[in-house]
Design a protein around this ligand. Structure first.
Ligand code: ADP
Ligand code: TYD
Length: 205
């Protein structure tokens, strides 16, 4: 089986930049990583993504979001993640279940129990390694909104929401220290990529 790695963190923290760089570095070592993302990562899941990241912030309740993100994740798991791991390929995903634990489970009321129950029944696996990019919410929000991607539904919840997310990801890192590694993301992309490579190399033995 390949290694299953997720990158997590608030919007604009550099996840997709670092996911690409990690994939490049693994390729340079002769591995064949699959680089993917959530919500999305499979055709049906990408259709669901558009429902989630576009439109008004109050378009969905947190409960409805949990179900939509989980539907997208199940499709991603069935069609992309499990087949790749079974072929012995590493999988690098830009976000996975920790995003639901934090965005839906810990920011707009305490829905963590519901998130955990649904995860256990429908998804049932965790990454081997989760890299949590830890960065200043103000800088991250400015970066994220500067992209003007048209996918800013969550950024539009504002700065206090980003502060809750930041605290939520740090709490998760303490909850699952064997799986999660906090990476200081307030640095150059090169320095962050070096740290990530060191952690991954150690996991690969
Ligand atoms: P995320 O996937 O977490 O939203 P991105 O990788 O898309 O974050 O990065 C958000 C923006 O910040 C992009 O414009 C990217 O080029 C820039 N960026 C990423 N990493 C760094 C860094 N270490 N320092 C400065 N800018 C960065
Ligand atoms: P993403 O494309 O990773 O956004 P960004 O590049 O801004 O970090 O994810 C889209 C949005 O979906 C992002 O704001 C986080 C949110 N999200 C959740 O709320 N719950 C989830 O389970 C996932 C996977 C993402």
């Amino acid at each position: 089986m390949g290694l299953f790695i997720s990158l997590e963190g608030i919007d604009g923290s550099g996840k997709s930049t670092q996911a690409r760089r990690l994939a490049d570095r693994l390729r340079a070592c002769g591995r064949a990583p699959v680089l993917t993302r959530e919500p999305g990562g499979a055709p049906g899941a990408e259709d669901i993504r558009r429902l989630l990241v576009e439109g008004d912030p109050d378009r969905w309740s947190p409960e409805t979001e949990i179900l939509l993100f989980t539907a997208a994740r199940r499709d991603h798991l069935e069609r992309t993640i499990r087949p790749a791991l079974a072929m012995g390929r590493d999988v690098i995903t830009d976000r996975f279940a920790d995003s639901t634990r934090v965005y839906q489970g810990a920011t707009r009321g305490d829905l963590r129990g519901l998130v955990d129950d649904i995860h256990a029944r429908i998804i049932g696996i965790e990454p081997d390694l989760t890299l949590i990019l830890d960065m200043d919410p103000e800088i991250a929000l400015t970066r994220g909104l500067a992209r003007r991607s048209g996918e800013d539904r969550f950024e539009e919840f504002g700065l206090s929401f980003q502060h809750k997310l930041h605290a939520g990801f740090r709490a998760l890192a303490h909850e699952a220290p064997g799986r999660c590694v906090l990476i200081d993301a307030n640095r150059s992309a090169d320095a962050i990529a070096d740290d990530i490579q060191a952690v991954v190399t150690q996991r690969l033995g």
